[in-house]
Ligand binder design. Structure first.
Ligand SMILES: Cc1cc2nc3c(=O)[nH]c(=O)nc-3n(C[C@H](O)[C@H](O)[C@H](O)COP(=O)(O)OP(=O)(O)OC[C@H]3O[C@@H](n4cnc5c(N)ncnc54)[C@H](O)[C@@H]3O)c2cc1C
Length: 531
């Protein structure tokens, strides 16, 4: 007879878990999550799986926040995030993507943040519609890489921060051989325009010290910077635990477009979560008995043991949520010192494809502001759609126009490359900068600001926890970074609440926990349509 018995099989009917669940007095701790973007949803799912009672309050009439797949063209078009940065199993979103069988179109195998497209996948044109020879594009691309490498030396030499643009200008003074003339100069401007798109801000505003925050050295400096602030904070609060949202290293695997759009990922994380749409939070108050009261436009109040705030940094900067008592100075200064960039997408659907089969169509010009580029969705998805992307000041300026005028502006750009381009059958225009639910696209490092801002933004204030893209020290401005930040905020919140429970309540809570099915890892490979 097999003597091996499984522990769970041998348990009598009345397991601890069953016993506890039979009792009516199981009081699950209650947490409010503000915002149903990927960060808030990840926090809510993680809390819900840890058997907390969780409610998500969302100001919009939809979930997903800056992940928004539009289907009005009859095909998925991502108007917010569209790339998975880090197409590998290390990506925390990989398990969900694998499970859903979603396809990724790898646009670049390069892990660096600037090259989310391989150089050979560009089709660049000048303002007169002449195609730029691909060798020139590659040659200037290589020169740009060298220029950026040289800026690292300048950064190491100087104590004070400066903008990336200033750094580039010093490099070109020192290395005249890297200067570009004529059309090559315009191609260089185009690369700068692409860099500006990554940060969603003009190059004269991007911090040279922080722009490529690598893992280890920066993390050390973050610890160095945060400790004095933390000591001050713990002196005020009488607690000594340092909870900090820090991730490992840059993700490998290059960059991949979500061919079916990001929406299925959002829907999966949101499954069965209590989400209240059209609930705009206006005030968060802490009470003397360790509760939080969350007030919603219209006057409804929600009371909870803790709150996790995942609204965009732009919303926090604009003080659209009032705190009582006020947040401490170390937190408010982190909010005000972080920058928030802007990027907008204008998607155009045509009846037929009239452009070449490249991934990116770009127009070079004498300034990065007047350069432009279109993502060719046809190459990755088979749908006749081009997506124009404008960042920084251009994105801001376009928001001053009507949708129709914006689409006309974009068509003028396209017609410079393809004079016979027909009018689009449909178009879509985003306004991430003026939308009161975002007020910007994502966080960036302002020149000369302390390096611990993201970490400070992620620090809790008693039972108020912070998630969202901008609290992730390493992967801010990304979907996976926002996801991780949500999970971290949830874990910090769980720890906080757990420490306040008695032994019996802890046991009850543990008995209700269920294993994650959505956040789990699996063995099904990622589906990548271009290796
Ligand atoms: C144009 C654009 C392109 C991008 N491209 C990529 C990409 O290709 N790859 C990538 O990885 N990342 C990309 N990103 C970044 C990525 O989309 C974000 O980092 C991520 O989606 C942020 O998630 P979040 O949950 O932190 O914030 P959000 O998604 O903004 O969620 C916050 C939620 O809070 C809600 N809210 C706001 N105010 C209130 C309030 N007062 N009360 C209640 N709710 C409120 C908002 O409506 C929103 O739903 C892009 C972003 C933009 C804008």
């Amino acid at each position: 007879m097999d003597k091996k018995v499984s522990f769970t099989d041998e348990l009598p009917d009345v397991t601890i878990s069953a016993l506890l669940q039979k009792q009516n007095n199981v009081v699950q701790p209650c947490v409010i999550v503000i915002g149903s973007g990927i960060s808030g949803l990840a926090a809510a799912r993680s809390l819900s799986e840890a058997s907390f009672n969780v409610t998500v309050l969302e100001s919009r009439d939809r979930i997903g926040g800056r992940i928004h797949t539009d289907y009005s063209f009859g095909c998925p078009v991502d108007m917010g995030a569209s790339w998975l940065h880090g197409v590998s199993n290390d990506n925390p979103l990989a398990p969900i993507i694998r499970r859903l069988g979603l396809t990724l179109y790898r646009t670049s195998g390069d892990d660096s943040i600037l090259y989310d497209h391989d150089l050979e996948s560009y089709g660049l044109y000048d303002m007169h519609g002449n195609k730029i020879p691909p060798q020139l594009v590659t040659q200037v691309g290589d020169a740009f890489k060298r220029i950026l490498e040289e800026t690292e030396k300048i950064r190491d030499e100087t104590a004070n921060d400066m903008s990336v643009l200033q750094g580039i200008s010093i490099v070109l003074d020192r290395h005249p051989e890297l200067r570009q003339e004529g059309i090559a100069y315009e191609v260089l401007q185009w690369y700068i325009c692409r860099m500006e798109a990554w940060f969603a801000v003009d190059a004269n505003l991007i911090s040279l010290k922080c722009w490529d925050q690598a893992s280890q050295p920066i993390l050390l400096s973050i610890y160095k910077h945060i400790l004095p602030t933390w000591k001050q904070y713990t002196k005020e609060k009488g607690s000594s635990k340092l909870i900090i949202v820090v991730q490992d290293e840059c993700l490998s695997g290059g960059h991949g477009l979500m061919v079916q759009g990001y929406e299925p990922v959002i829907r999966t994380i949101a499954k069965d979560i209590d989400i209240r749409l059209n609930h705009r939070v206006t005030k968060v108050s802490r009470t003397s008995n360790n509760k939080v009261i969350v007030e919603v436009e219209g006057g409804t109040n929600f009371v909870a043991d803790a709150v996790i705030i995942t609204v965009p940094i732009g919303v926090l900067k604009a003080n659209l949520i009032q705190f009582e008592p006020e947040l401490p100075q170390w937190k408010t200064s982190a909010i005000s010192d972080l920058g928030v960039g802007n990027e907008n997408k204008i998607a155009l659907r045509f009846e037929n494809v009239f452009w070449p089969n490249v991934e990116f169509l770009g127009m070079v010009a004498p300034t990065s502001y007047s350069c432009g580029y279109f993502l060719n969705l046809h190459k990755a998805t088979g749908h006749p759609v081009l997506v124009y992307m404008a960042a920084g000041n251009l994105a801001k300026d376009l928001e001053k126009l009507s949708d129709e005028a914006t689409a006309n502006f974009v068509m003028l750009q396209l017609k410079k490359m393809f004079p016979d381009a027909p009018d689009p059958a449909q178009y879509l225009v985003t306004r991430w900068g003026t939308d009161p639910n975002t007020l910007g696209c994502y966080a960036y490092d302002v020149v000369g600001m302390p390096e611990d801002l993201y970490a400070r933004l992620g620090e809790p204030v008693d039972n108020i926890f912070f998630g969202g893209e901008a609290v992730n020290v390493e992967h801010q401005g990304s979907a996976h970074g926002a996801f991780l930040a949500g999970v971290s905020a949830s874990q910090n919140c769980q720890r906080y609440i757990f420490e306040r429970l008695g032994a019996w309540e802890k046991l009850k809570l543990v008995s209700l926990m269920r294993n994650s099915d959505i956040l789990e890892t699996g063995t099904v490979p990622l589906q990548i349509s271009r290796m």
